[in-house]
Design a protein around this ligand. Sequence first.
Ligand code: ARG
Length: 280
Amino acid sequence: MSEKIETLLEALPYIKKFAGSIFVIKYGGAAMEEAHLKKEFAKDVALLKYVGINPVIVHGGGPMIGRLLKDLNIPTRFIDGLRVTDEKTLEVVEMVLAGLVNKEIVKNINDMGGRAIGLSGKDGRLLTAKQVENKEVGLVGDITGVNVDIIKDISKHGYIPVIAPIADGSDGKSYNINADTAAGNIAQALSAEKFILLTDVEGVIGSDGKLISMLRKREIEELVEQKIVTGGMIPKVSCCIDALKGGVQEAHIVDGRVPHAILLEVFTDSGIGTEIIGDE
Ligand code: ARG
């Protein structure tokens, strides 16, 4: 019993500190694939909202998009981790992301007692974009603007925005945006308290092979230079660094394969992933 009380009391200072603030959460990976993890994620999000935090969810949908493209016999390939996106592919991406995937997340959160609203970046021109530098990838965009009013208004009225990263370009075309980047950009635009990246790894791993629980921005830049942080982790930490530069207080890389990873990170002293904070 006393253990339960301790757990609740450990959460109290964080509930107090974070009430009223915005957390932008990038949702993806195993936490979006496995039935029990989906439910646990939805519960965590509903709980955050009930204790006064304003979660904003930005989601991917890579595997689901890949499956439908395969069923439709549309060939697909990647350049530097970005899906080469022609018009046909973008249609499928938009159908899956803004349709099926988005509404499933909304439903899961609603089933857990939250009130979620699904949006794509096109709704109310929430996100605007331009084509990425590498034109070879086609209709893949970088965000040029975030309409924060929509997100703030929805949140203020007790709803939880769930955002599919598809955006309008100023050239009249539609663009597919990498979900990590979109989430980081949205966190910046909102000056969110936290940017939480759910991944399929424990967090940032040091040269001794162990999880690094806490890092300053400059330390993580050094780990990249020293090639201790490599591969798929580099774009993830870059999103975190950009978010911190843009005024986000703390970025967290947490393991979405762990049930209730978000609550464990946010409401305990030691967390379970890697927390990255600014340099001062
Ligand atoms: N729960 C606290 C917070 O969210 C501390 C988290 C610490 N996390 C870590 N990976 N060291 O601010």
